[in-house]
Design a protein around this ligand. Structure first.
Ligand code: HEC
Length: 137
């Protein structure tokens, strides 16, 4: 850590980012246990499947965010660019819990026709957090 954090200016964004995705996920974990007491942990593989699949409607999460969240996406209707979803490629992601919650709510309603469960949100974060800049392999 001391070698990586030789400069406070370089180090702070990493700390804030990691803390925030992890904090957000910790909140979903608490909720997931309340929803189902047999909940053990989130799954990046399940999150990836959820993100790439359609759920009975025209869109998947990947329709706007692409199937490679380390790259920029494009809104399926407006055509406006959307910054990468993976924190490794976009350090601003998941640094604002209120923003994350607002968009989870809106996008899940569009894609799934209901709000996402804590399990689904935690799984998606597990996948996005596991990605490294340079693309999905
Ligand atoms: C119709 C296009 C569209 C679809 C489909 C879509 N999104 Fe989004 N999403 C957006 C836009 C636009 C934003 C806001 C702009 C931004 O944050 O770059 C956004 C932002 C988000 C954010 C906020 C991230 C942050 O910075 O905190 C999350 C979380 C998110 N989307 C999750 C999802 C999930 C999960 C799905 C699938 C269930 C999904 N989105 C499907 C367009 C879409």
């Amino acid at each position: 850590m001391r070698i990586l954090c030789w400069s406070i200016a370089l180090c702070l964004p990493f700390a804030a980012q990691a803390q925030s995705l992890v904090q957000l996920q910790a909140g979903y974990a608490k909720q997931a246990v309340q929803d189902d007491s047999s909940f053990k942990s989130f799954s990046a593989a399940r999150g990836q499947r959820f993100f790439l699949s359609k759920h009975g409607n025209d869109w998947s999460c990947a329709s706007c965010h692409t199937s490679d969240p380390t790259r920029s996406g494009k809104h399926d209707v407006t055509g406006r660019a959307i910054q990468p979803m993976a924190p490794a490629a976009n350090p601003k992601r998941f640094t604002d819990a209120a923003k994350a919650e607002k968009w989870f709510r809106r996008n899940c309603r569009d894609v799934v026709g209901r709000e996402c469960s804590a399990l689904e949100k935690g799984d998606v974060l597990a996948w996005l957090g596991s990605l490294r800049a340079g693309g999905v392999r």
